[in-house]
Design a protein around this ligand. Structure first.
Ligand SMILES: *Cc1c(COP(=O)(O)O)cnc(C)c1O
Length: 220
């Protein structure tokens, strides 16, 4: 856990009004506690089982973000406590989150994950799929989820121009979706993009949340 890097990162984010999601996947609870003790509260995990066991072991005022692919049959394990599901990539998943949120008497905040990279391995919806989802009568019925914005991952490449184009495209999609579906919904305000290698580019293009792991906690 690199506290100096953390402080530097917080200083870098401040002028952009962006917040840090400290991605603690594979790292022990001791590392998380160390950052927690400096006052940090937003942590991200990509696996349900690991998220649940860390939730149980750590202080309850941590805001846990799920940033990895979520299977519908695992929603029930995170529904009682998750603060933001950043990786919603289907209507079916959204419906299950809504159902489990209702069972827990809460509203679960979600981001829709958008496919912006040129790699085939990344999850997410394309722009047409986003619009189809948000226009559907099934979506409009959901009472226990709130779509707070979009999340995306750029291609894993050294080509900064390509990465910037992908982030700029996500920002454009965000604006278009906001104007069409969320005009009177101030909660639709989050744009989650940027990781250790490219958060500085994401900030230039309007990220409000950056998900940074390895430069804080060391490589995995
Ligand atoms: C692991 C992960 C990150 C953080 O990656 P680093 O390179 O360690 O900063 C961000 N977003 C997602 C979806 C991840 O799975």
């Amino acid at each position: 856990m690199n506290i100096e890097k953390y402080k530097q990162l917080i200083t870098e984010l401040a002028p952009y009004d962006a917040r840090l999601v400290a991605v603690s996947k594979t790292k022990p609870v001791e590392d998380i506690l160390q950052l927690y003790n400096t006052g940090h509260r937003i942590f991200g995990e990509n696996k349900v089982q690991e998220l649940v066991s860390k939730y149980e072991a750590l202080p309850k005022d941590i805001a846990w973000h799920l940033i990895g692919h979520l299977q519908t049959n695992k929603v029930k394990y995170v529904a009682p406590f998750v603060s933001l599901v950043q990786s919603v990539d289907s209507l079916k998943l959204l419906q299950e989150i809504d159902k489990q949120a209702a069972k827990n008497n809460r509203i679960i905040n979600c981001l829709l994950q958008v496919y912006i990279a040129s790699e085939e391995t990344k999850f997410g919806l394309d722009e047409t799929e986003l619009e189809t989802l948000l226009s559907s009568s099934e979506y409009r019925k959901l009472q226990n989820i709130r779509i707070c914005g979009l999340m995306g991952m750029a291609t894993n490449t050294d080509d900064e121009t390509q990465i910037e184009n992908e982030f700029a495209n996500l920002k454009r999609i965000f604006g278009s979706i906001q104007a069409r579906y969320f005009t009177h919904a101030p909660y639709f305000c989050e744009l989650s993009m940027g990781m250790s290698s490219d958060y500085h580019l994401a900030l230039k293009h309007g990220a409000t949340l950056v998900r940074v792991g390895s430069i804080l906690f060391g490589s995995r």
